[in-house]
Design a protein around this ligand. Structure first.
Ligand code: AMP
Length: 144
């Protein structure tokens, strides 16, 4: 197992910044990309990685990233199609070994799986947590 990974994160919103802060704190080399400079304010002062200011759907921006070194790319933006596009480019053109994407629409799971993209479908993950909580609470309720 490699103890220092080179990880590229697309999107420095709440999720991307949380992952970047944590993964950087754990000793990994993190590169975070966002098209809105102000988004980097979400990073903690201790973040020791690199910031790339630009649109990740643009080849000129992606070319600034050292994909030869990249172990994992994680796409966290709000739009499923952008995450799909960037992860596909990273996988097919730059041969990044592991690509992961945040997904909202559970209906697109199959497409991602066929393309070799690992997905975290936030809708199904959160639904699972709610359903488990409903089940847990039902045990504490008395039948009439
Ligand atoms: P959130 O909406 O909090 O999940 O954050 C999503 C982040 O992704 C925002 O900071 C956006 O500026 C960023 N973002 C959205 N689309 C792109 C893109 N094509 N390239 C780079 N960053 C993006």
């Amino acid at each position: 197992m490699k103890d220092n990974l080179y990880i590229v994160i697309i999107g420095c919103g709440r999720l991307g910044a949380y992952l970047a802060n944590q993964l950087s704190r754990d000793g990994n080399s993190v590169v975070i990309v966002d098209k809105n400079k102000n988004a980097f304010d979400h990073l903690s002062p201790e973040f020791s990685g690199f910031r790339v200011d630009g649109d990740a759907t643009q080849m000129a921006v992606l070319k600034d990233i050292d994909f030869k070194k990249t172990d994992i790319l994680i796409a966290t933006v709000h739009e499923d199609n952008i995450n799909l596009m960037v992860t596909q480019v990273a996988r097919k053109i730059f041969a990044v070994p592991h690509v992961m994407a945040r997904l909202f629409d559970p209906g697109k799971k199959e497409i991602y799986a066929r393309l070799g993209i690992d997905i975290i479908c936030v809708t199904t993950v959160i639904a699972g947590v709610f359903l488990q909580d409903v089940t847990d609470k039902s045990f504490s309720l008395e039948s009439p």
